[in-house]
Design a protein around this ligand. Sequence first.
Ligand code: HEC
Ligand code: HEC
Length: 174
Amino acid sequence: MTLSLPITRRWFAALALPLGLLCLGTAHADDRRDMPRQVPKAYRQECAACHVAYPPGMLPARSWQRVMTGLDRHYGTDASLDAATVARLGDWLQTHAATGRHAAEAPADDRITRTAWFERQHRGIEPAVWKLPSVRSAAQCAACHTGAEQGRFDDDNLRMPAGLTARQQRAWND
Ligand code: HEC
Ligand code: HEC
């Protein structure tokens, strides 16, 4: 027994580092709000013309299904596509849709901007800020998230849009 202790300890040391790295790796890969590695070209061409290409993990599968079956009346505009493209992009969105607790909630109007997590992350932003000419709407992520075109929404890639009052600047990331 006395002999096995140092061996056990060495084993532990040998395993702990790779295991720790493994855990960090999976924690990141599990954040399904990141853009998947493979993005269909048609998604960037057709779904990023009027706003950024939203990461599929930001909405549950049934929201994407409603979005893709209603493109002719898409939030007050017509975003129709041919049936084959709709089917292909629809499949990809379903495959990469939100999982876990984010999948439980289908937000109002199937809007990312109406999900509980979106409202929580942006609680420091006054309603008037969304309407500034430099922002236009909460759906225009790129007004503040400089990595939005690449599907990056972390705290490190933020800029303040023009026209914030001093109070709005202070509340920015409370
Ligand atoms: C012709 C312009 C146009 C195209 C093309 C378009 N959209 Fe949109 N989309 C809009 C507008 C306008 C809104 C509402 C934005 C707002 O409220 O400010 C919107 C909103 C959305 C929202 C909700 C955003 C929110 O408020 O959280 C989703 C999701 C969405 N679009 C997905 C798509 C997908 C998927 C495609 C490609 C199949 C697509 N859009 C193509 C114009 C477009
Ligand atoms: C008016 C500016 C603005 C717009 C527009 C905006 N955001 Fe944000 N967002 C912020 C700020 C500021 C934070 C950081 C809040 C904090 O840290 O307290 C944030 C935080 C986030 C976070 C959490 C980041 C993290 O690492 O904690 C996500 C995810 C996010 N936003 C996604 C989006 C998406 C998706 C859109 C568009 C549908 C969007 N945001 C539109 C300002 C904006």
